[in-house]
Each structure stands twice: as C-alpha cells, then as structure tokens.
Design a protein around this ligand. Sequence first.
Ligand code: FES
Length: 258
Amino acid sequence: MSEATATAAKPEMVTFTIDGKTVTAPRGESVLKVAGDNGIRIPHLCYHDAVEPYGACRLCLVEVTSTSHGRKRTKISTSCNHPALDGIEVVTQSKRIRRNRRMVLELLMGRVPNSPQLQALAAEYGLAEEEVRFKKSERECILCGLCVQVCRDLVGVDALGFVGRGVNKEARAPFGEPSKECIGCGACVIACPVDCIKMEESATRRRIVRWDRELPMKICDECGYPFMPTFQALHYKKTKGMSLDDFKICPDCRPARQ
Ligand code: FES
C-alpha cells in the first residue's frame, strides 16, 4: 500500500467536549458511542452499534453547542445519530435535558407501562407510575425498530417490518401472519431493549413467540444438544455457500474436535 493510500484510509480525528471532558474521536462517529467509550453514560434504548442509528426512542437527548461565524448556538439533539464534530460542546445532564428525557419516559411508560427496563429508567428520573398522564396501554413494544433493523441489516433476512400507523403501529411479520422468512436465529430476541420478544426452546424445537415462528432444531452430533434451527443452517448454506456438514456439531463441541 502506498503512503498516500495509507494516509487516506486514516479517519479524520476531531476533538470536542462532553460534560466538560475533552474527547477525541473519528469525525462523524456517534456522540452516544464516544460518550460511552469515555465512561459517560447517556440513557438509550434504540441504539445498537451494529446497526445504523434510527433515533426512535428519543431518550439519548443531549444539548449540543456549536460555534458558527463567532456565534454560539445550542440545540437539543439525539446523541445516537449526532456526529462527532470538531469543537462542539455536549452536555448530557442539565435541567432541560432531564426534563425532556422525563417527558420521553412518560410517553414510553404510557405505551409500555409494565416494562421493568422502563420502570427502572422512570425511577431514575423521578417519574412515579401515577404521574404518567397518558392513557396506559397493555403493549410491550416501544417501536424502537431494533428487531427490524437487526433482522434486515445484520442477519440479512428482512423477515420483519412496521405495519399500521399512529397508535396502531406495530413491528411484526408482513400481513400480521406467522413469519415465513424468519430463520429463528434469535438476533431480534437479543437486540430488543425491553425484552418483549420471547423465545421458547424444547429438546427439538425453537419458537420465537412474538412472530409465532416455530422451527425444528439441529441436534449436535457430539453432545446431543439442540443448538440452531435447521432453517438457519439452510439460510447460511444458501447465502454464504456453506455446507450443511458445517452445522453437524455445536459451537461448544467444535473446539474439542480441533
Ligand atoms: Fe438515540 Fe434511541 S438511542 S433515539
């Protein structure tokens, strides 16, 4: 590689402050990620660094002050999709920010009142259940869209999407029917920040409850443990050119074999 190419590949670094602490990061990096990397916690629900920020939950709000033509301007912004830029000043905790986050939590608590994750955040922001002014529903999903994104962008299956509008909007398989595309990998189960996508497993089958998808499991030739849906192995065979022989043994038994 020529010296010029090596230089071009290096990301441009920027310096800015978060809560008065000077930080350095690649230009354009998520402010939320930079904060986390520097030990500064910003509450968030819909951010996952494996997929593009979607900015749905609005919990990661911060104040960002930038200077243009000698004039300072402060705005409230979601930190997950705000780029790291030279010279900005980020404040993650202020009266204004706490007030706004509390309002966001109140809205979320109205929609999903029984989520332990939301209840813990509400307690952190001094929001008691009886203070929630919005009509409570019995829903479990906060519509963060992480399951949709992870399935589409990370797993490459695209089994889920949003249906409906307004208060009736939901993340689910197309036409509200049991998903035929879902490979049962469980990535959505892990990604869901409020644990509303449950997975049940028996000795031979796995069920992703929310999508009503039940699939037979591959059993490890070595230990007899069910370790992945057969449909998932077929998906890898089709999309990654792998052989079904690659999936005869579970990951736990593989190192012992090598
Ligand atoms: Fe930024 Fe949800 S984490 S909007």
